[in-house]
Design a binder for this molecule. Structure first.
Ligand SMILES: Cc1cc2nc3c(=O)[nH]c(=O)nc-3n(C[C@H](O)[C@H](O)[C@H](O)COP(=O)(O)O)c2cc1C
Length: 202
């Protein structure tokens, strides 16, 4: 299952073929509540494949303007403790303490860091690429039968907090992708009225 196709530079990559399985996966994908994600999570080799698939994402200029931090249970627990102290020192509302439970619940978490290259392609485009990586990680996790959750929360926007995850100047959290297994299926959420979202030009 972790035997992914591999291509040499400039080798022809097969064109898409109709795949009901891919369409069904897209039609049924649904984020998990992060705090409900339980074991089993991906094995080391499955996680390697998920990361490799996540990195197979368009980016303008071949800059690869993102990186991954794989967070296991111990590092997350240690960081969550420090975040709790930070939240207290900042006199943050109780809900900011409560959301820390989402950070530590899943078997594994991949932090996607946006690392835009200055004076290259527009920063916005580089950030979009990091977002696309997050989505591809979720698709790849789904391909292995895992549920996932894309979370940011307050600690993604606090420089003292992001430093705990090793982020440096100019780097931004694109998302924490929590991966694991749901014991109960997620419930459908509102979906947009497509007529209001689609403009068709002749
Ligand atoms: C960039 C980004 C950040 C998010 N941050 C949070 C968050 O901090 N807390 C939260 O509960 N949900 C957050 N979400 C929303 C969850 O991922 C949510 O479960 C998801 O949008 C549900 O959509 P789906 O059913 O299509 O998977 C975030 C989503 C995105 C795209």
């Amino acid at each position: 299952m972790t035997d992914l196709p591999h291509f040499q530079l400039n080798q022809a990559v097969p064109s898409p073929v109709p795949s009901p399985a891919v369409l069904a996966a897209l039609a049924t994908r649904r984020s998990a509540p992060a705090q409900a994600l339980a074991a089993p999570g991906p094995s080391d080799s499955q996680l390697d494949a998920i990361l490799q698939l996540g990195a197979r994402t368009p980016d303008h200029g071949k800059l690869f303007p993102w990186r991954f931090v794989v967070l296991g249970p111990r590092s997350r627990a240690e960081i969550a403790e420090k975040l709790a102290v930070l939240a207290e020192a900042r006199d943050k509302p109780a809900k900011d303490q409560a959301v820390l439970a989402k950070l530590t619940a899943a078997p594994v978490t991949v932090l996607v860091v946006s690392t835009p290259v200055p004076d290259a392609k527009p920063i916005w485009e580089q950030q979009l690429s990091a977002g696309a990586v997050c989505m591809n990680l979720e698709h790849a996790a789904g391909g292995f039968g895992f549920s996932s959750s894309w979370i940011t929360d307050w600690y993604s926007y606090d420089p003292q907090a992001t430093a705990l995850f090793g982020l440096t100047e100019g780097e931004t959290v694109a998302g924490f992708i929590h991966i694991g297994t749901l014991t109960e299926p997620a419930l459908e959420r509102p979906r947009p009225d497509m007529a209001a979202k689609v403009t068709r030009l002749p």
